[in-house]
Design a binder for this molecule. Structure first.
Ligand code: PNW
Length: 445
């Protein structure tokens, strides 16, 4: 890599990120069923109907995995806690074995000097709650608050930071309007409710953790740069609607207690009555803001009902997800977030990375130079933002391991470390070695 630790402020945190359903393996150890198991079992939703039953078997190999995090020279590890592993039915009886696992995982991070960055919800809703309407049901804020309390009474004293929700746009819009993730709905009313309830749950969990005396509380947003596909007022409006739905709805809600008019135009008729009264709970003060950044979308107007926009292919080089590589978007978002939403609040890039095929060569080595270039290009934009005065305090590479990429199954490899799906053997890729040199040798490599 061109850049290394010496190019960043002394207290800048380098980390790597994963999520529970994508790596742990599920359906054992007393864990309850989740709506991702249900979604994956329904033909047509996931490539080859693959699910997270085994994933990377991290549940049994977490010590080896944390050794890899440590050996690379990372300062922090971002992980998530599975609701159904802690509360198999989503509420009520606690699965002691599940909570014990996260207790051991936390201690294993601390023993290695890694700062724990926890997320409470990275998408696997207990099926018992999904059956009661899941994110469409307002009660989810109370269920989520109770789950948060159960977990944080045990772990809260050892967390560096906590984000209640990973990527509210994916939880709400992608899952209830675009049908791309569990529960796979395509329904504007369900989606509108989820758009509000996901932030309500974030607010309730924040309130619960403040009540326990915790600090280090934030939220993790996925941001995607919205580019008008052509230079016309119609395309600009389509892009502005996309920006509103994807980015500004959640940041506006969480940091300003208001939703953008350009989105209310379409969603207001479907929101629960009295939603305005929730905005105080939704916008409690936070301690930091997390940004997951991967790509941009090029938006054209569409002859469809609101929001009447459609993505069209862009001209930039793409990753194996077919996502355009647009590093400057990260700079633009970091700057815009501080200017318009978060001011002096610390910002962390909580995810950034790329998928590739990443087959081992004849000698077993995995030469993922494309990933090294991707990290370098995005870290350069983080640097540029810091130089411009934006308080970016850390960067997390997605992901430590090749893992379960949701509806794409196991084909899309995002890891610094290759995982053989048969043997589950871990093999560090060239990007892992480059990252290690950049973080531990402090030199250009
Ligand atoms: C994020 N989109 O997901 C998630 O936090 C990870 O679990 C995931 O593995 C990673 O990015 C790579 O995909 C996203 O459709 C999934 O815009 C889909 C979208 C954005 C983020």
């Amino acid at each position: 890599m061109q850049l290394s630790r010496k190019d960043f402020p002394d207290d800048f945190i380098f980390g790597t990120a994963t999520s529970s359903y994508q790596i742990e393996g599920h359906g054992f150890g007393g864990a309850g069923r989740t709506h991702w198991d249900d979604f994956a079992d329904t033909p047509g939703n996931v490539v080859r109907a693959e699910n997270g039953a085994t994933a990377c078997d991290h549940y049994h190999r977490y010590e080896e995995d944390l050794d890899l995090v440590k050996a690379a020279g990372f300062d922090a590890y971002r992980f998530s806690i599975s609701w159904a592993r802690v509360l198999p039915e989503g509420r009520g009886t606690v699965n002691a074995e599940g909570l014990d696992f996260y207790d051991r995982l936390t201690d294993a991070m601390l023993e290695r000097g890694l700062k724990p960055f926890a997320t409470l919800y990275h998408w696997e809703l207990p099926s018992a709650l999904a059956d009661m309407g899941g994110w469409r049901n307002r009660d989810i804020a109370a269920w989520f608050g109770d789950y948060t309390e159960t977990v944080m009474r045990r772990l809260g004293d050892r967390m560096e930071t906590v984000a209640p929700i990973n990527e509210p746009w994916c939880v709400a819009w992608l899952s209830h309007f675009l049908g791309g993730q569990a529960p796979g709905l395509r329904d504007i009313r369900a989606a509108s409710r989820a758009m509000h309830h996901v932030l309500l749950a974030h607010g309730r969990a924040t309130e619960v953790m403040r009540g326990l005396g915790m600090s280090g509380l934030g939220c993790v947003f996925n941001l995607e740069w919205a580019e008008p596909a052509e230079d016309t007022p119609e395309a600009q409006l389509a892009a502005a609607r996309y920006d509103g739905l994807y980015n500004r709805w959640f940041m506006g809600g969480a940091f300003k207690g208001e939703y953008p008019d350009i989105v209310l135009e379409g969603l207001e008729p479907h929101l629960p009555k009295g939603w305005q009264d929730d905005m105080g709970l939704i916008s409690q003060p936070l301690d930091w803001c997390g940004i997951n950044y991967y790509t941009r979308s090029n938006m054209a107007p569409a002859d469809t009902p609101w929001p009447a926009h459609k993505p069209v292919p862009g001209i930039l080089p793409k990753t194996f997800m077919d996502w355009e590589i647009y590093p400057e978007g990260l700079y633009r978002f970091l700057t815009r977030t501080a200017e318009e939403y978060t001011g002096d609040l610390p910002i962390y890039v909580t995810e950034n990375g790329m998928a590739a095929l990443d087959e081992p060569g004849p000698d077993g080595a995995i030469e993922d130079d494309h990933r090294i270039a991707y990290f370098d290009a995005h870290l350069a934009q983080v640097n540029r933002a810091i130089a411009g005065g934006v308080p970016v305090k850390g960067y997390f590479a997605w992901s430590l391991l090749d893992n379960y990429e949701w509806s794409f199954g196991y084909d899309k490899r995002f890891g610094l470390v290759h995982v053989d799906l048969e043997t589950l053997a871990r093999t560090p890729k060239a990007s892992y070695h480059a990252m290690t040199r950049a973080l531990t040798k402090h030199a250009e490599v």
